[in-house]
Design a protein around this ligand. Structure first.
Ligand SMILES: [Fe+2]
Ligand SMILES: [Fe+2]
Length: 154
C-alpha cells in the first residue's frame, strides 16, 4: 500500500509542528537562526497549503457532507497567509512579530488537528483507496518539484 493523501499531509504536519516549536524556542532566545527557520517554515507551509487546496479540498468541497468543514479550513489557510504576510514586514525583535507568531502557531496546530481528526475520515469514507493513493503521489511530487530545503534535517 503506498502513501495516501492523508499520509502525505500527516507527514508534512509532523514536520511543520516541529518547525513551529523550534521557532518558538528561537524566538524566545532571540536566536540568529530565526530568520532562516522562519523562511523554511514559510516555504513548506506555502506548498503544503497550495497542494491541499488543489488535491484535498477540491475533493472535499464537492461533497455535501464535508463542504462546510472544507470551507472553514480554507478560511483558516486565508488567515494563516495574512499573518505570514504581516510577519514578513515586521522585524523579528518586534514584540508584535512575537505575538503574531504565537497566534500563527496556535491556529496552525488547531488546523492540523482538525484536518487529521475530521477531514481524513471524510476522505476515507468518500473516495477509493486507489484514488487516495493517486492524490498522495501527486502531493509528494509537488513537494519535490518545489525544491523545498532539506526537510529531513528538521
Ligand atoms: Fe490545511
Ligand atoms: Fe494541512
Amino acid at each position: 500500500m503506498s502513501t495516501t493523501i492523508a499520509d502525505a499531509i500527516r507527514n508534512d504536519h509532523s514536520i511543520l509542528r516541529k518547525m513551529l516549536q523550534e521557532i518558538k524556542k528561537e524566538r524566545d532566545a532571540m536566536s540568529p537562526g530565526l530568520d532562516e527557520a522562519f523562511m523554511r517554515l514559510r516555504a513548506l507551509s506555502d506548498i503544503h497549503m497550495k497542494s491541499e487546496e488543489d488535491l484535498f479540498y477540491t475533493v472535499l468541497k464537492e461533497r455535501s457532507s464535508s463542504r462546510a468543514e472544507a470551507l472553514e479550513a480554507l478560511e483558516e489557510h486565508h488567515i494563516l497567509r495574512i499573518l505570514e504576510q504581516e510577519m514578513v514586514k515586521l522585524d523579528k525583535n518586534d514584540e508584535i512579530w512575537k505575538a503574531k507568531f504565537g497566534l500563527y502557531a496556535e491556529i496552525s496546530n488547531h488546523h492540523f488537528d482538525e484536518e487529521e481528526e475530521k477531514l481524513f475520515q471524510e476522505v476515507n469514507q468518500e473516495i477509493s483507496q486507489e484514488f487516495q493513493e493517486e492524490l498522495g503521489q501527486l502531493f509528494e511530487q509537488r513537494k519535490k518539484l518545489a525544491k523545498i530545503p532539506d526537510l529531513t534535517a528538521v
